[in-house]
Design a binder for this molecule. Structure first.
Ligand code: KG4
Ligand code: ZN
Length: 347
């Protein structure tokens, strides 16, 4: 058993949570989206300043909502990579201060490991090995989860991440930021068969296609051309049908790769994580394909798909159980391959 206070400030959410292993005691998420919306995307300097203004009250609120005094906390966890350096710095400074002040161990957590472990909060019996499909604003990866801290990336995007594709297409359709939820909403009333869009297959030098890697930049360009053509022809602009056709193409492409990968590696569970895991089209497609192939597919509840600190606390609890803690000299990293994660810990 470990009661952990976790902090997540890698992008545009200031999040603090208290978890007891795989149980969420409290989860505070203060979104900066309304602030960044006016710029059409996240402005790093603005994000750091907002984190700085919000972090202390978020810590107090998380403790208050968990109805626990700080004396009951056994470790402090914090996202230290990857992400916006200035934003990560705010979280790590707060975490180190709390660790020093209350004489508690510090546990640095890789943001993507948090997204993987979000599934354990809704499915506490989940244990490796399993396949993780990570689909966020910055990543689209298929990861073989062998054990806590032991990951092998089997597939990834060669260009845009899935969430990035949603955000860019939403901009083309003038739907604002973040694009994923806006496209998802419109897609529900659109015809997903209205337009045929390219899936983005990656050729192999040896012939055929890479079975697990994806590419979304061609799809984005195809949507741009379609929008230009439809505007030129002065037709009624079928924004819902474009949204639905785009979402269908992304969902089909991700589903095909994830299912092929799980079957090839003999893994019976696909655990999805990251903001795009909230997408209704992806959920439907993957669920149908998984049932067909006798696979188990897990999606965290919506509020645990997008950035939050509960998932960071849950991943930290796994490391803490294994005796992994980080030195107080822990730094932040804008990039860190999942395969190098163990360098965050002293044994
Ligand atoms: O995991 P996340 O909160 O932050 C990163 O670590 O990147 O993911 C944010 C991304 C954004 O690109 C957003 O547009 C996308 O997740 N997203 C969605 C949905 N909700 C959020 N994409 C598709 N459908 C959704 N319902
Ligand atoms: Zn994330």
């Amino acid at each position: 058993m470990a009661i952990i206070l976790a902090i997540e400030t890698s992008c545009d959410e200031t999040a603090v949570a208290v978890v007891n292993n795989r149980t969420v005691c409290s989860s505070v998420v203060t979104s900066q989206i309304p602030i960044h919306k006016q710029y059409g995307g996240v402005v790093p300097e603005v994000a750091s300043r907002q984190h700085l203004e919000t972090i202390n009250s978020a810590v107090s609120l998380a403790l208050e909502q968990a109805q626990l005094p700080i004396a009951k906390i056994e470790a402090i966890a914090v996202t230290c990579a990857p992400g916006l350096v200035g934003a990560l710095m705010v979280g790590i400074s707060a975490a180190k201060t709390l660790a020093i002040l209350h004489n508690l161990p510090l546990i640095g957590v890789h943001h993507l490991e948090g997204h993987i472990y979000a599934n354990c909060l809704s499915e506490p019996s989940l244990e490796p090995p399993f396949l993780s499909l990570l689909v966020s604003g910055g990543h689209t990866s298929l990861i073989y989860v062998k054990d806590c801290g032991v990951y092998e990336t089997l597939g990834q995007t060669r260009d845009d991440a899935a969430g990035e594709a949603f955000d860019k297409v939403a901009r083309l359709l003038e739907l604002g930021y973040p694009g994923g939820p806006a496209i998802d909403k419109l897609a529900q009333i659109g015809n997903s068969q209205a337009f045929t869009l390219p899936e983005g297959k990656l050729s192999l030098a040896s012939g055929g296609y890479h079975p697990y890697d994806s590419s979304f930049s061609g799809l984005k360009t195809a949507v741009l051309r379609l929008v230009q053509q439809l505007k030129q022809e002065r037709l009624v602009f079928p924004v819902e049908d474009i949204a639905a056709s785009f979402q269908e193409t992304v969902a089909r492409s991700l589903t095909k790769r994830a299912v092929t990968c799980a079957i090839d590696f003999g893994l019976d569970t696909i655990a999805v994580g990251g903001g795009v895991a909230a997408n209704s089209g992806l959920r439907q497609h993957l669920q149908t394909a998984a049932t067909e192939h006798n696979l188990r597919v897990l999606f965290p509840p919506m509020k645990l798909c997008t950035d939050n600190a509960a998932m960071i606390g849950c991943a930290a609890a796994e490391h803490f159980r294994r005796g992994h803690t980080s030195p107080l000299t822990l730094g932040v990293r804008s990039r860190l391959p999942l395969a190098e994660i163990m360098q965050l810990y002293q044994h």
